[in-house]
Design a protein around this ligand. Structure first.
Ligand code: AMP
Length: 193
């Protein structure tokens, strides 16, 4: 089975639309027979997407670092909960088990996880699709900043194009299905030094 990793807030956010979008994404993924890989928590948007998956009989693998969060935070009803030794191990296992990566709205954790996986993509370490689900235009300012970084020649256009963006889960999953990673021969080549 193909699996997608979803990064998302451990908080619920300031409006119900964020949780609604998490549930819509779960339904869209299940209808396309995708399993879910995520951070293993029962709280916030993370809990919302995991619970919806489980209610619909979907496969959910949670990956949580030992001892970092209070015990009650870990979701106890998942198909599989893997405990790892560090945040680094968690992120690399999430990457290994998944065929693509989606960020729903979230805070530092979500943004950091997404930027790391897109950086790995830029380095040619994987060729899997990475997308922002821009619910209620939550990510507009980050998107604006990425475009600014392109104008200022810190991000190449071809690398910026690796960030897939949609407001609706079905449209994002469609982009995932046709995604072909641009060829990245070398991150630092002769021309860029
Ligand atoms: P944030 O966006 O800062 O709420 O962080 C959410 C992201 O960071 C998730 O994708 C998780 O992988 C990780 N994370 C942060 N807080 C927790 C938590 N309390 N329990 C499990 N994972 C968390």
């Amino acid at each position: 089975m193909k699996r997608l990793c979803v990064y998302c807030g451990s908080n619920s956010g300031g409006q119900p639309d964020y949780a609604i979008a998490a549930r819509q994404l779960a339904h869209a993924m299940i209808s396309k027979n995708y399993g879910l890989v995520y951070g293993g928590a029962s709280v916030g948007i993370m809990g919302e997407i995991a619970d919806t998956f489980l209610e619909e009989g979907g496969e959910v693998i949670g990956i949580i670092p030992k001892g970092l969060f209070v015990k009650e935070v870990a979701h106890t009803g998942l198909t599989e909960l893997r405990e790892v030794n560090s945040m680094h191990e968690r992120k690399s296992l999430m990457a290994e088990l998944s065929d693509g990566f989606i960020a729903l709205p979230g805070g530092f954790g979500t943004i950091e996880e997404f930027l790391e996986i897109i950086t790995w993509s830029q380095l040619g370490m994987h060729q899997k699709p990475c997308g922002l689900l821009n619910v209620c235009h939550y990510y507009d300012k980050i998107i604006e900043f990425l475009n600014h970084a392109v104008s200022e020649h810190f991000i190449k256009k071809i690398h910026r194009s690796m960030v897939l963006i949609e407001e609706c889960p079905d449209a994002l999953l469609e982009k995932f299905e046709t995604y072909k990673a641009p060829e990245v021969a070398k991150w630092i080549d002769q021309k860029s030094i």
